[in-house]
Design a protein around this ligand. Sequence first.
Ligand SMILES: [Fe+2]
Ligand SMILES: [Fe+2]
Length: 188
Amino acid sequence: MKRDITKALVTEHKLILRMLAVLEKNAEATVSGTFADYGFFLTGVDFIRNYADRYHHAKEEDVLFEALVQNGMPRENSPVAAMLMEHDLGRAHVKAMEEAALAALAGETRRERDIADNALAYVALLRDHIAKEDTILYPLAERLIPEEARDGIIAGYEAAEARTAAGFAAKYQELVAACEREVLLKAA
Ligand SMILES: [Fe+2]
Ligand SMILES: [Fe+2]
């Protein structure tokens, strides 16, 4: 039995999916005019940039995907190339959502559509992306990558974790839980 190299990433996906659900609810409420807390979207940007991107996507891009390429997957025109492209596309939506939220907070009117369109596009993109990783790419990595390459991968994940500040993962778990509580309070 080879040592697992994707379970931690699947667990991170679960937290990311919870934040996507909050983002979706608040984006829909922004369009319907029942949500005007544009600061929330900056909180979403903070979570996505730091947890989903710098932490989770960095583990994929620098460690797992790199190992897939070292073990026979082509770098171009391959599932890894497609995943990298989607990470970049996500970053573009997040940047546009941030710009629109900052403008709305600065008093610009009629930026709700830009906020919501980019938030919802990001949600759709990332849900689909995560589903592909969970059901196709990660199982493939588990089959393809030999046991002797796994020490390096696990060390790579540990290095990524060591680069974060103390309490990093707990802080973002708490942030998502707090956002979920606010959604529930609004619905009550
Ligand atoms: Fe990814
Ligand atoms: Fe992922």
